[in-house]
Design a protein around this ligand. Sequence first.
Ligand SMILES: Cc1cc2nc3c(=O)[nH]c(=O)nc-3n(C[C@H](O)[C@H](O)[C@H](O)COP(=O)(O)O)c2cc1C
Length: 176
Amino acid sequence: MSLIETDITQLRLNPMTLIGKDWWLVTAGQAGNFNTMTASWGHLGAIWSRPGQGSMPTAVIYVRPQRYTKEFLDREPLFSLSVLGEEQRAALNYLGSHSGRDGDKVKAAGLTAVAAEGTVYFAEAKLVLICRKLYHAPLVEAGFIDRDIIARNYPERDYHEQYVGEIVRVLRRAEE
Ligand SMILES: Cc1cc2nc3c(=O)[nH]c(=O)nc-3n(C[C@H](O)[C@H](O)[C@H](O)COP(=O)(O)O)c2cc1C
């Protein structure tokens, strides 16, 4: 299934369902040395100005410190977000419940890695966002106004780390 380069202004999507229900694969690294994980938390939007171009289209992801994928995210300037169709739900569940530390989980999930310039995405994706890291910082306990979130989500105090990436390329499945 071929993916075509698309201008981000042409995308029609609902970020709440795309991230929260469809989920995406967060991937970083180079061909032959990358890792990926399923994520259902994140944001899409616009922030920070560029000369003459207005604010940057951005994706935000939230990654717990213990994820193997984080090691790749931290050393690479780019990461990709691959949105798969419902037919790949089993692969998404697998990649979200196994660590790349323990074996070749991409092979086990039956997905096909594609090398892009500086990152990797998946041929089975219906939408791919390639992002350039702009900002990275951990969520801090003092920042939570609704303190119930801490009890519900962070009994181990393993706060997610936030990565904001500029969306520099958009690829989508040709028939979508
Ligand atoms: C539906 C779903 C959503 C997930 N969302 C996130 C997320 O947003 N952030 C995160 O750190 N982990 C999330 N995870 C957990 C990771 O995908 C999971 O721990 C994975 O095995 C990490 O793999 P790794 O150690 O190879 O990086 C999610 C898992 C599932 C199944």
